[in-house]
Design a protein around this ligand. Structure first.
Ligand code: PLP
Length: 358
């Protein structure tokens, strides 16, 4: 059977070239006679791979030694708790609420009983757009989710607060260039499994001075400083996940880097939104100006037709198009690894579906 066109929200498509390279060196890494999974995380071979991956992340985001690049476990979900635990400094932590994933982050701030404030929200309109966000200059940090995977909304431009900005970039990680200085980014993180490889690692980029806010009462394994001092090797890291992530980084380089990837992503998204907007059959969920280049949430005129759409799409070799259960409808996740040709095929299928079911 040939490979399907994969529009899943996460875990999601991985570039075929990456999968094939991993397959080719699965049992014999670089001719050394072992799989990368079978060797010590403290040995020379893994160490070199690990440090190369960190260097590539630094290069893509143009960040210096004032930031640490960490490969952690526990997903973005652990970060919801780890962030206030480490960088809340006794003042006010401010949050912009743009959907389920920020609600979960806010819940953890509440559980820790810190002084937090929701300074912007689009909850009253079911999160169909990114609200205007203004963080206080003296907040301990301002928290956002740059791309809201479920609703298909995305900050077209990140805020540039005076306080440190914290960004959950789980579903638009490495999809575009980000100027860390201009946006005063203090912490930038995301799981690899949406846009940057298989599940298993969480990439956390944290400013070292921010990490040093941590109090003595925080358990050692939950401190960023522990992993900064150990170069993410305080405990055994998910070595195979880091290896796969590194292959994805090479693939991004081969595509021409983040700007080139972003240009392709813009074209892919425009093809879908243009089709949706020019039809009276499909309807996009997110308002123009807030629309995600990564997740396109939309619907046909009825839940019944949505269901038929998903089934027919599967019969035509396209998977992952069912909308999130919270929103219903349909969702096409068109991450870096989804090719323009795949999006083109989906567009043609959508036109044909409208012709036969509209
Ligand atoms: C998927 C997702 C998460 C949760 O990630 P886990 O790795 O499952 O913890 C958090 N935030 C966003 C924006 C996501 O898309």
């Amino acid at each position: 059977m040939s490979r399907v066109l994969n529009f899943s929200a996460g875990p999601s498509a991985i570039p075929l070239a990456v999968l094939e390279r991993a397959q080719a060196e699965f049992t014999n890494y670089h001719g050394l006679g072992f799989s990368i999974m079978e060797v010590s995380h403290r040995g020379k071979v893994f160490e070199e791979l690990h440090n190369n991956a960190i260097a590539k992340v630094r290069e893509f985001y143009n960040i210096g030694d004032d930031y640490a690049v960490l490969f952690l476990q526990g997903g973005a979900t652990l970060q919801f708790a780890q962030i206030p635990l480490n960088i809340y400094a006794g003042g006010v932590a401010e949050y912009a609420n743009t959907g389920v994933w920020t609600q979960k982050a806010i819940k953890e701030a509440k559980i820790q009983n810190i002084n937090y404030k929701v300074v912007a929200s689009s909850e009253d309109v079911k999160f169909d757009h990114i609200p205007e966000v203004n963080f206080s200059d003296d907040a301990d940090y301002g928290y956002i989710c740059s791309n809201n995977t479920i609703y298909g909304t995305q900050y077209s431009r990140l805020p540039s607060p005076k306080c440190p900005l914290v960004v959950d970039s789980s579903s638009d990680l490495l999809s575009r260039e980000i100027d860390f200085k201009a946006h005063n980014i203090g912490l930038f993180y995301g799981g690899a499994q949406k846009n940057a490889g298989p599940a298993g690692i969480t990439i956390v980029i944290v400013k070292k001075d921010l990490a040093s806010r941590v109090k003595d009462s925080v358990p050692t394994p939950l401190r960023y400083t522990t992993q900064i001092e150990a170069n993410s090797l305080a405990n055994t890291p998910p070595t195979f996940g880091i290896y796969m992530f590194d292959l994805v980084l090479d693939w991004i380089k081969d595509q021409g880097g983040l700007n080139a990837i972003n240009a392709i992503n813009e074209q892919k998204a425009a093809a879908l939104y243009d089709l949706i907007d020019s039809s009276d059959f499909y309807k996009a969920f997110a308002k123009p100006g807030s629309r995600s280049l990564m997740n396109v949430s939309f619907a046909t005129p009825s839940a019944e037709l949505d269901g038929i759409f998903v089934k027919l799409a599967e019969q035509n070799g396209m998977i992952g198009l069912k909308g999130h259960r919270i929103l219903g409808g349909l969702r096409a996740s068109i991450y870096n690894a989804v090719t323009p040709q795949s999006v083109q095929t989906l567009c043609e299928f959508m036109k044909e579906f409208q012709r036969t079911h509209g």
